[in-house]
Structure formats: structure tokens, C-alpha cells
Design a protein around this ligand. Sequence first.
Ligand SMILES: [Zn+2]
Length: 338
Amino acid sequence: MSADDRYSRQRLLPEIGDAGQRRLSKSRAVVVGCGALGTVQASLLVRAGVGETVLIDRDYVETSNLQRQCLFDERDAEAGVPKAVAAARSLGRANSEVTVTAIVKDLDPTNAETLLRSASVILDGTDNYEARYLINDVAVKRSIPWIYGAAVGTQGSVMPVVPGRTACLACIFPVAPGTSQPTCDTAGVLNAATSMIASLQVAEALRILAGRLESLKARLVSYDLWTGERSSLRTALPNSACAACRRREFRHLDDSQARSARLCGRDAVQVSGRGRGVDLAALARTLSTLGPVRSTEHALRFSCPPHQLTVFPDGRAIVKGTQDRGLARSLYARYVGD
Ligand SMILES: [Zn+2]
């Protein structure tokens, strides 16, 4: 190994070494969501020499992404380049010796198993629990490790899920943490928080890919970068009542139970809630800082041109201005929570 070898500083690490580096070069990492978390994850994985990194994202680069989504620039935002394509282009210049594959798609119950099944590890770069439960279902069903990550405001959390060794997402959160939770679009996000969470996710992924599972710590760790507070929850033991990893019911993969449906004859999609109500008054206060809101006790109407969301107290919403279910779910996750 010469000192100018691309991976020399990484192979020097006893935690990786030559054997670990060879394993990385034969691995395939799938990054779901190419935003604040996904761009940092992809950058580190590609530079570390992971043989193939697959980027899945349905969105286009916008100017408001540039504060934290580190593989994009102003030209990408101006041209509205798909995020997966812009990220792959940038990464091709960082490391031409590995493969980077861009997939411009929304992960949904009809394609999740096909897109994820050949992964050595899956990294969560999403911003919503619907996608995370879908990843969890495929990962548990096919015994693929995945790394949960989430960041909003100045805080974030990370949890490695290794089926058969740790609890899964559904063990820890049998249902998604409530609607009306803050999202990056309503509460903002510190770029240092997303970068740190993504880095912690990649450290877990590299540990798994390098075959160093013996050092895995089964924990859900949360940090607040502003206050310096840290908390940790042990996740070594699966929940004996878990629908996914104990009963092997993969209901998020079951398309018939998908949460969205096109409304026939209308330029609109209905997104159902998760069986919990929404506090319309609280949601109206949050959304009123972002755009026009009209609200009664029966419904709340929020305009985000060219779309309009009508949210009902049972958590259901009608997203007008599109027939695209993925876009409707993404607008719901962004403004209502999930
Ligand atoms: Zn479980």
C-alpha cells in the first residue's frame, strides 16, 4: 500500500484494514432519499470506496436545499436537476473507481422490495415514517441491515437495525410518532445536525460492511447539537409483540393498505392519516407562518401553490393540484407530519 493510495488513510485504521476495505469494495449501499442526510451519506460512502452506491430520490434540487444538501450547487437548483442525478454527477467526480447509480423514483409499496432487495445495507435519508416503515418491512423480511436517521431543528437520532440481532423500527415505534410533529419545513433544521446524524449513520454502515458487527451497539441515540444533550435507549431486545420482526406481518409493503389514493375525475389525491387525529388549531398556527391558511373546526385549508391541502380532524387530507400519490404523500409529510 503506497501512501498516496486512495484509501490508505482508511486502510491504516485497525477497524477497517485491508480486509475491511476489500469488503467495502464488494458492497452495495442503497441511500433512500437524497436530501440533507442522503447527500452526506452518499458522499462518505462513495469516498470510502463502497463498490456501488444507489441513490433513490424523486425530488428536484431547489434553492432552499443548498443550506444543507452538500452535493448540490446553484446551477442544479436553477436547472431543477433531479437530486439523485445531480448527486451522482457530483460523486462521479469524487471517485470514478466505484459505481454510483441514480434512481429518480419515489419508494413505494409497489417498488420497495425490487429497489432494496440486493442492498448490503440501506441508509435512511428520508424525512417521513411512511418510507421508514417500508424500508423496515423490506429489511426485516429479507434480513438486510439498515440505519435509521432523523433530524429536525437542532436535534437528531440514529439507530442501526440489524434483523436477528437488534430491535427493528416497529419494535421501538409500533406506530409513527404523532402527526403535528415538527418537520424541517415547518420548524427548520440546523445543517450541522443533519451532517452529524448522517455521519453517525455512515459510521454504523461502514462497521456493518467491513464485517465488524461484534462492535455494534444496539441503541437509539439522540443528540441536540445546540444544548449538547444526549440520550440513549437500548435496542438490543426485539419487542415480543412486534408485527414486523416477530409476527412477520409486512403491512407497509401491502399496497392495498397504501395510505394514498387518486380521487377519480379530480386533480387531487387523498392521503389518510395514521388513525390518529390532528389538532387543527395547532396546525393552523404552524402553517400560517408559511402561507395562507383558512381553518374551521371541520377542516383546515392551506395553500402552497400550485397545491392546496385540505386537512380533516381525523388526519385525512386531500391534496389538490396533483394526481401523483408520491408527491401528495411528500406534501403531507412536509406540512402535516406523519
Ligand atoms: Zn421488530
